[in-house]
Design a protein around this ligand. Structure first.
Ligand SMILES: [Zn+2]
Length: 225
């Protein structure tokens, strides 16, 4: 089974060998299935690791991560190209979520894929996301972040959220998210407000130790816990 995900946009990887065309046909089928699901992505990205991902990440301690992101005024080809590059960067780094500020772009744009190894599922793209409701139920999940590699700590957040946003076609969407997806959306939306998951860690002592172990300064944390 090939590890492909393609959709309606022109694809720079396309070539004209029979093998590729055969693959494309299979993928066209997938595209039809995918397009029936409104929360799936219409940007074409292969779920593979690139030796040289298109975008550079910023890390804890970098001021860039502390700035607020601006609303995306218009969802256009440029936006979709950014989405594509963010997805490529995320897959290359083994991430399941990436927010534009992490690559130094202060736009309210997030890409998420809770199943990066499953070629049959599409990523979720959230533009200008707003959380409409939080569940009273909280849960503790261990979080990590591409901007703080190696550091994993427990964080408490609402278990279920409802979020409205625009997708990569500029269409308004609403999504009720649970479990891991709810967690990743909240984590990524924090990035749009200059908040990092380490700011929400309650066990300060353990956090300090974990940060030092991975070469980060505990002073870079702005606790909101
Ligand atoms: Zn993060």
């Amino acid at each position: 089974m090939s590890n492909w995900l393609r959709a309606s946009l022109p694809d720079p990887y396309h070539d004209k060998t029979c093998n590729q065309l055969l693959r494309l046909r299979k993928v066209d089928l997938l595209k039809i299935i995918v397009s029936q699901n409104s929360m799936t992505s219409q940007v074409a990205v292969e779920k593979i690791k690139l030796e040289k991902p298109p975008l550079d990440l910023h890390y804890l301690g970098d001021r860039v991560l502390r700035q607020d992101a601006k609303r995306v005024a218009r969802v256009d080809q440029e936006t979709r190209q950014l989405v594509r590059e963010m997805l490529q960067t995320m897959y290359s780094q083994d991430g399941i979520g990436l927010a534009a500020p992490q690559v130094g772009i202060h736009k309210q744009l997030i890409v998420i894929d809770c199943e990066p190894n499953n070629a049959a599922t599409s990523p979720v793209v959230l533009i200008n996301p707003v959380i409409k409701s939080y569940s009273r139920d909280l849960c503790v999940i261990q979080e990590g972040c591409l901007s703080i590699p190696g550091v994993y700590m427990d964080v408490t957040r609402p278990a279920v959220i409802e979020v409205s946003y625009k997708d990569e076609q500029g269409r308004p969407q609403t999504l009720k998210a649970t479990e891991l997806l709810a967690r990743v959306i909240q984590h990524e939306m924090d990035h749009l407000n200059g908040v990092l998951f380490v700011d929400r860690v309650q066990n300060a002592l353990a956090l300090t130790e974990e940060l030092r172990k991975h070469g980060f300064s505990p002073q870079a944390v702005k606790s909101v816990a």
